[in-house]
Design a protein around this ligand. Structure first.
Ligand SMILES: C[S@@+](CC[C@H](N)C(=O)[O-])C[C@H]1O[C@@H](n2cnc3c(N)ncnc32)[C@H](O)[C@@H]1O
Length: 199
C-alpha cells in the first residue's frame, strides 16, 4: 500500500481509536498497569521520551503526567489533531509536544532524546532495521529503546524473537518481557504480546 493510503487508513481509525482498552486507557486498572510497566522500564523522569507513532497521544500524555518531557510523532493528521485536543485540556500539557511526521524518519534532532518508545508501530514499517538505526540516532548515547509489539491473529505483527533479533542486530542488548496479563488489554489474550527494552 502506498504511504498516502496507509495514512488514510490511520486517519479513518482515529475517531474510534481510543475505544480499545489499551488505546484510550479509560479503565483506571488498565491505565495503572501501563503506567507501572512504563515507569519500570524507563529511566526516571524528567527523561526525554520520543513516542514514535503516538496515535492519539495517550501514552505521551500519561508519561508527561509523570514528569517526562515527551515528543509524540505520528504521520496521521487526524491522530495528531486528537492528540493535541487531548493535550489542550490535560494538566500535563506543558510536558508534551505533538509533531506530524514519519516515524521511520523521525523529525527529531540527533541525540535529542533519552528514550525512544514505540507501541505497535515497528512491525508496520517497511524497513524496520533502517528505522531502528534512525531511532538510535535520535538518542543521547546510549539511550534506551522501549518497543511494545506483538504478533496478532493472522500474520500481522512481529514475534518476540523477530523483534529481539532486529534490536540485537542493531548492536543493542535487548530484554524481553511478555505482556500476557489481561489487565494490559482489558481482556484475555491468546496471542503474543510483549515489550522489548534495549540499552
Ligand atoms: C496501532 S497505532 C498505535 C498508537 C500508539 N503508539 C498507541 O500505542 O496507542 C499505530 C500508530 O502509528 C502510526 N504510524 C504508523 N506508521 C507510521 C509512520 N511510518 N510514521 C508515523 N506514524 C505511523 C499510525 O498513524 C497510528 O497512529
Amino acid at each position: 500500500m502506498a504511504a498516502r493510503d496507509v495514512i488514510e487508513v490511520w486517519d479513518h481509525e482515529a475517531a474510534t481509536f481510543d475505544e480499545a482498552a489499551d488505546h484510550g486507557l479509560r479503565d483506571p486498572e488498565v491505565r495503572i498497569a501501563w503506567r507501572d510497566l512504563l515507569l519500570d522500564v524507563l529511566p526516571p523522569p524528567p527523561a526525554r521520551v520520543a513516542d514514535l507513532g503516538c496515535g492519539t497521544g495517550t501514552l505521551s500524555l500519561l508519561l508527561a503526567g509523570e514528569g517526562y518531557a515527551v515528543t509524540g510523532v505520528d504521520f496521521s493528521p487526524a491522530m495528531i489533531r486528537l492528540a493535541r485536543a487531548k493535550a489542550a485540556t490535560d494538566p500535563a500539557r506543558e510536558g508534551v509536544a505533538f509533531v506530524q511526521g514519519d516515524a521511520a524518519h523521525p523529525p527529531l534532532a540527533p541525540g535529542s532524546h533519552d528514550v525512544v518508545l514505540s507501541r505497535h508501530v515497528l512491525w508496520a514499517l517497511p524497513d524496520r532495521a533502517a528505522a531502528l538505526r534512525r531511532w538510535g540516532d535520535v538518542l543521547t548515547p546510549p539511550g534506551r529503546l522501549v518497543l511494545v509489539e506483538g504478533r496478532w491473529s493472522g500474520d500481522a505483527g512481529l514475534t518476540a524473537d523477530e523483534t529481539l533479533a532486529l534490536v540485537e542486530d542493531s548492536g543493542r542488548r535487548a530484554e524481553l518481557r511478555m505482556l500476557r496479563q489481561p489487565v494490559f488489554w482489558g481482556r484475555e489474550i491468546d496471542d503474543e504480546r510483549y515489550v522489548v527494552v534495549a540499552g
